[in-house]
Design a protein around this ligand. Structure first.
Ligand code: PMP
Length: 401
């Protein structure tokens, strides 16, 4: 199979990077953007920037309409019951911080928060710090050999003291869908709030938050082929009602005097200050672009690329995969080779991959590795991107071994 992406030419950055001799295989960190997203950004600025939700004038009204249009599209994208269940944040990191502050009042000393051993720092540190502030207990669900949250152990560890479960949908290091279908009902049956980090999961396939049955789901635009600086936090209506306000300022207040105030509910009550207007509009364009593509064709192309990636890594001596990735990426170390040295030699040959701890230091410790190189795929990658990677890998290994 030729493994040529039919969408590659929609992404001007791919040819710009190729002209510089760069092969981009780091889409799990951030993605390149299709032309309609670039057009939406330029279109907003070129036709007249204006603040949203404030101005009566034409540019203000136009910006507000486009901004709220993205909220509607994001609600449809996730199958939220209502656009008011969509909050814009700076990204997944800010969304989880919002939750850790907004839900803090619900926790009593001794209560438990459950996360898994594979969480990105964004879904670890906000909870760890909440645990420290309120004398709670952080329970870490262990993984099995494939890199899946171990359900047997989860059944032992999730209990009546569990007040919240926060887990990743798809690991940014191990590349496996996590067993949310089993985990979320388990937590719900104990009355726990459920939070899903969709930073990686949202990029692969469409997900229905109502069918998933979570209280909160979050993703970042920049990984989903949209602009950076914006993310989405979906909250089920009843769950949003339990959130306390966390950032205070313009547009989130209903009425205020000098001494007291009362605030809007979701979504505006959780979007204090001027939001990332252009980026929100650009995210709408990204969702429109993706919505017009055939999801099954994308999944097929990505699966074929992933199979090629795994076959190539498997054919090389000493390559040790982290877990058993099933899509999107593969992280690996090589016996006797320091991942930083390997990454350096790949970088010198124009291969853009990620090396290090991937913002999951405790996971690296659990797996007993110092660091790993991660190759990650986007819908725009071609088979020959991987061929260039493997040629560079072989050259690097010749030098290092
Ligand atoms: N969770 C996961 C699984 C991620 O991969 C990332 C980004 N690497 C994040 C959270 C944080 O996303 P952001 O930096 O966009 O807030």
């Amino acid at each position: 199979m030729s493994l040529i992406s039919p969408w590659r030419s929609d992404f001007p950055a791919l040819s710009a990077l190729a002209a510089e001799g760069q092969t981009y295989l780091d889409s799990a960190a951030t993605s390149q953007k299709p032309q309609p997203v670039l057009d939406a950004l330029l279109g907003y600025y070129a036709s007249g920037a204006a603040n949203v939700h404030r101005a009566q004038h034409l540019p203000g009204e136009r910006a507000t309409r486009a901004f709220e249009g993205t909220r509607m599209r994001a609600a449809q994208w996730l199958n939220a019951a209502n656009p008011a269940e969509i909050l814009f944040t700076r990204g997944v990191t800010e969304a989880i911080n919002l939750l850790a502050y907004g839900l803090e009042h619900l926790f009593q000393p001794g209560d438990e928060i459950a996360i898994s051993a594979l969480e990105h720092h964004a879904n670890l540190l906000p909870w760890q710090q909440l645990v420290l502030r309120r004398q709670l207990k952080l329970v870490v669900l262990p993984l099995d050999d494939r890199g899946l949250i171990d359900l047997e152990q989860a059944r032992q560890l999730i209990g009546p003291r569990t007040r919240l479960l926060a887990v990743s949908q798809l690991s940014n290091v191990l590349g496996r869908w996590q067993p949310l279908t089993e985990l979320l009902p388990l937590a719900r049956s104990q009355g726990a709030i459920t939070v899903v980090d969709g930073a990686q999961g949202a990029v692969h396939g469409r997900h229905d938050v109502q069918a998933m049955g979570c209280d909160f789901y979050t993703f970042s635009s920049h990984k989903l082929y949209g602009p950076d600086g914006v993310g989405v936090l979906y909250g089920r209506n009843e769950a949003l009602g339990r959130l306390k306000h966390w950032q205070f300022g313009g547009e989130m207040v209903h009425t205020t005097g000098y001494q007291t105030a009362d605030f809007h509910g979701a979504p505006l009550g959780f979007e204090a200050g001027t939001p990332a207007i252009a980026s929100v509009i650009g995210l709408g364009a990204a969702l429109d672009y993706l919505g017009n593509l055939e999801a099954a064709t994308i999944a097929g192309h990505e699966a074929a690329l992933h199979a090629k990636l795994l076959a190539g890594l498997g054919a090389r001596d000493g390559v040790r995969l982290l877990g058993a990735p099933e899509l999107a990426l593969a992280s690996f170390s090589i016996d006797g080779v320091h991942s930083a040295d390997l990454a350096h030699l790949l970088t010198e040959q124009g291969i853009a991959v990620r090396a290090g701890h991937h913002c999951a230091m405790p996971l690296m410790q659990t797996l007993g590795v110092q660091g790993a190189v991660r190759v990650s795929l986007g819908l725009y990658n071609n088979g020959d991107d991987l061929e260039r990677f493997f040629a560079a890998l072989d050259k690097a290994l010749e030098l290092l071994r």
